[in-house]
Write a protein that binds this ligand. Sequence first.
Ligand SMILES: NC(=O)c1ccc[n+]([C@@H]2O[C@H](COP(=O)([O-])OP(=O)(O)OC[C@H]3O[C@@H](n4cnc5c(N)ncnc54)[C@H](O)[C@@H]3O)[C@@H](O)[C@H]2O)c1
Length: 331
Amino acid sequence: MVSIGLIGAGFMGSTHLAAYEQLQKDGKFKVAAIADLDKGQAEKFAASLGAKIYGSGDELLKTADINTVDICLPTFLHYEYAVKAIEKGYNVFVEKPLCLTAKQADDLAALAGKKGVIAMVGQCIRFWDEYVWLKNLIDKKAYGSIVSAHFSRRSPAPTWGWDGWLTDPERSGGAALDLHVHDSDFILYLFGKPDTVKSVVNKSGEKYSYIFTICDYKNFIVTSEGTWNLPVSYPFEMYYRFVFEKATVEFSSQTGVKIFEGDKTIVPEIEKACVVQNDNLGGNISSLGGYYNELQYFVTCLSENKKADRANLRNGADAVHFVEREKESIL
Ligand SMILES: NC(=O)c1ccc[n+]([C@@H]2O[C@H](COP(=O)([O-])OP(=O)(O)OC[C@H]3O[C@@H](n4cnc5c(N)ncnc54)[C@H](O)[C@@H]3O)[C@@H](O)[C@H]2O)c1
C-alpha cells in the first residue's frame, strides 16, 4: 500500500492535503503522517485523512510508517529533506522549484536515479487543464504554426510564508525562481531550450520580484513575465496568449480561455477532473485542479510502480537551470 508522509503543512502542504482528501476515495494510497513545526497546521487535515501528526520533518522521517514523502517545505529546505528521504529509499514528491540552486537540483536528480526511487517535482502547470489543452493544440497543429507566444504570472507579494522565507530572496530565489519558474518550466516542456535568452529585472527594490524574459527560438519568439510586486488588492493571474497562423488563443485564470478566429470568438469546453475551490488555505490561488491532477498522476505511478516521467526530478533541475540562465542573461 502506498503510504504517504507529508512534510510542511503550510499553504502548499494544505493544498496537497485537500487534493488527497478528494483523491483518497480511489483507495490507491493513504496519507499516514503529516509533519509541521506548527502542529495546528498539521491537525487541519489529519482527522479526515486518518493521519498521525508529527512536530518536525525529522521526527516524521525517523518514526512514521510510510514509504513515500511529499515535501512541501520552504524551497531552501527541499534539498536537505529530499536527500534524507531518498537515502532511506522512500519515493518522493518535491514541490517546485526543485531546489534553491541548479547544483543541488542536479545532485538530487542524480541521487534519485541512483537509488531507483519514484520521484516527481511539483511543476503543476504541466497538469493544469488549460495548459494541458494548449499543449495538445500545439502538438496537433490545430491552428498552424506558432507566430509568437507570451506567458504572464502576476501576484500580490506572498506575505503568508513561514518565518518570512518567501520574501527573502536568499531562501526563496525571489519571484524569478518561486513564481516565474512555472512558465520557464512550461516553455522548456513545450519547446526545449531556446537558442538565446535575455531577461530584464527590477532596477529598484528587490530585483527578482519582477522578471521579463525573451526566448528566441528558430521560428518564433516566446516572452514571459513574472512578478509579485503588486498590492494585496491585485488579483492573482496566470495568463498566456498564443498567436498561431490561423487563430489567437488566450487564457487568463480570471476569465478563462478564448479562441479568436477571424471574426469569431469561441469559448472552448475544457475537460476538468476536479473543480474544487479552496479559499481558506492562505495563499494566492484557490483552484485545486492542477494540484489534484498532478497528485492523481503521482499516486497512480506509485501504485503501478512506474516512473513519474511527466515531471521528473531531471525536469525539475532543468527548470532551475533555466531560471539561473535567465538571471545570468540580465541586460
Ligand atoms: N506548485 C505551486 O503552485 C506552489 C504554490 C505555492 C508554493 N509552492 C511551493 O511549496 C513550497 C512551500 O511553500 P508554502 O507557500 O506552502 O510555504 P509556507 O510557508 O506556507 O509553508 C511551509 C510550512 O513548512 C513548515 N516547516 C518549516 N520547517 C519545517 C520542518 N523542519 N519540519 C516540518 N515543517 C516545517 C512551516 O511551519 C510551514 O507551515 C515552496 O517550495 C513553494 O515554492 C508551490
